[in-house]
Design a protein around this ligand. Sequence first.
Ligand code: C2E
Ligand code: MG
Ligand code: MG
Ligand code: MG
Length: 278
Amino acid sequence: YHAKRTGQGLHHFVPAIPDGHYTALQYEHDLRQALAQGGQLELHYQPQVDLGSMEVIGFEALVRWRHPEQGLIPPGAFLPVAERTGLIVPLGSWVLRAACTQLQRWSLQTGRPLRMAVNVSAAQLHPPLVAEVRAALEASGAAPGQLELELTESALLTDPARAAGVLADIGALGVRMALDDFGTGYSSLSHLNVFPVNTLKIDRSFVQALQGCPPERSVVRGVVALGHALGISVLAEGAETPQQVAWVRDLGCDAVQGYALGRPVPPEQAAAFLQVRA
Ligand code: C2E
Ligand code: MG
Ligand code: MG
Ligand code: MG
């Protein structure tokens, strides 16, 4: 711990520590401090593009931590700690409020009903989340129908009955729901009946395997058919090339997200997709 405090970056530090638990403690301490002080968490925004019009219809908000010593840390490096320690709850409320504030700002500037997708962890799927979503909408003035919560199927399976109750209450506010990383893990058709799903996000592993690969094509086509039969919109994640964008369009997806159309970027840069200011 002292090595870090004397200015050595964690990048030099981590490989020297055989026990990852020590690092987790460090992260926990620093994240607790970051949440108490404010100013270190940021949201980056990745555009979602309609495959009919090729217009930006909204963004996914993706959290980053600008650590004072380590620089920008991606969510994969600190969310597991946040989830294990319960810090995901205050972190998640911050994300919801910041994303709704940005959503309303851009909606007013463009006069368009943009969508903002916000990721929610299993650990947030408790009754107080309903009040937090309502508070974030009220504080920002954002319209409930423009907010979409992204959940993975494994998050729903932690406690399906509790999740169903929480999501029914949030759905009753008019907030939308997406199943993230669809097709990986525990996909089950019953989720589509039990949870009020508006969007299926086809996992990027399927999109990136489309290259000359008939099985993945059939999977994408099948998810599109399933979604559309149930009135659910289908978005393809992780399209990295114009070819992949064309494929998912031809396979019937409604929308797409991926490096081919825009990486997650800070609000100043994301605003350029809308030709407005941040
Ligand atoms: P996700 O929700 O599936 O988000 C998509 C991830 O794929 C993002 O990584 C994004 O940067 C990346 N991505 C987008 N397009 C492409 C592409 O074309 N190619 C490739 N290779 N990757 C692409 P990121 O930002 O590192 O986020 C990772 C995960 O962390 C997210 O996966 C989500 O599960 C979680 N996460 C991010 N922000 C939040 C948050 O605010 N709250 C919660 N609970 N989870 C979050
Ligand atoms: Mg997501
Ligand atoms: Mg995803
Ligand atoms: Mg993911």
